[in-house]
Design a protein around this ligand. Sequence first.
Ligand code: UTP
Length: 469
Amino acid sequence: MKLNDSLVERITSANQQHLLRYFDTLSEKEQSDFAAQLEEVDFAALPELVENYVLNRPRVAIPDDLGPAPYYPLTPRDEAQKKLYRDAVACGEELIRAGRVACLTVAGGQGTRLGFDGPKGTFPIGPVSGRPLFAYFAGGIRRTEKKYGVKIVWYLMTSRLNHEATVAFFKQNNYFGLDADQVFFFTQGTMPAIGYDGKLLMNAKNSLALSPDGHGGTLLALRKSGALDRMKRDGVDTISYFQVDNPLVPVVDPKFIGLHRLTGSQMSAVMLAKTNAMEKLGNFCVSRNRLQIIEYSDLPKELAEKTLPDGTLAFIAGSPAIHVIDRTFVETLTAGGKLQLPWHRADKKIPFIDQNGNPAAPESPNGVKLESFIFDALPLAEKTMVLECDRAEVFAPTKNPTGVDSVESCRAMLVDRDCRRLAAVGVEIGAGALVEIDPALAVDAADVADVVAERKISAIAPGEKVVIQ
Ligand code: UTP
């Protein structure tokens, strides 16, 4: 097969001729697969990316007027705010009941830190049952549907690297009790990894080393996949967005959704009070009246450590990556089938084939992966809203096998949450008991109270391991 001249020219002008080194040795099929992959690369944009993100380290410009973002506090400040929160719950419930809310989970990441073989959502996180992460969200959706007498569609973003395995897992598990047509899988885009010398890395003689383009890829993927069209057809205008590695998150939070709507926000965010100045959470900031998140690694130390007269951190608001997004906002952003959010550089160990075509697994970082982040859409919104939530109720990320933000800490938080809800309605919890409530039974404290009353649960014995289902 002969590559088309225009492609060869684009490759050559971007100084990437090495990609064609093995082309003549490939079979017809390998050649056409590789050609299709190469066609997708924006070679015209590559030299600038290499210059700005690989050969040089991108600097995050910190605006001179940067200040902490305002937010709605967990505890209402006064009577008016108390009423606003009550109205928000009512409004959110109404939106859910009217079928205007869909769930969106991003599950396209590679989960490198967890080191688990398979899509992260298949990880058995249940502290007693070992139920997978996906089952938590499916359970939450089922319970919410029952509560509000409505059908909720779940939009699930995969990447090309884990799409098939994810879909197969859902099939094997009968969609965790959901109907097949209410899980809308869609796949995000990819970006080629770039070696430190500015050359695209290959992971085989007929393939680039590709990786998912970051959760910022969600917005364009929603359009390209037809997800936005489906939402519109279904009458959905409000998207509840969360990450696959956080099983503690309420899949749909009436108060958050209602406040988003009542404040006229296009994209809203949950905030948590940071536990220390350097906690690894993005920081909510404002500049020129626009909300933005600055990564913990980019916020200058003197700002991160700045305190208010009462001793609390000035930049207290950290992001657990939980959002409500208007469908129409995504439509506007992606109109014309294009959206370029800023790239973020990550230095990684990227397996590649060397000059002789032999596979190599580097022991230290050898190149750069570029990802875009969904929170970079916040400054593009005219109206945003930030709501403080209780960390123990919404955020238990599973990033690492042990330690901070790990499988261990996540399981402990899931157990604590369920025990707290049981204890609140008088159930005695024995020391060392491990309790897990089926997420399809309860999405909030009121649900747990009903389960306890119905089943007459009065105590969990010390050391008992139990799944209430
Ligand atoms: P992380 O930034 O924690 O990345 O993703 P990760 O890939 O899961 O894990 P590491 O960094 O390799 O250890 C946060 C969320 O965003 C999703 C992930 O699936 C997770 O839900 N994500 C991330 C995507 O959907 N696509 C991406 O390209 C990156």
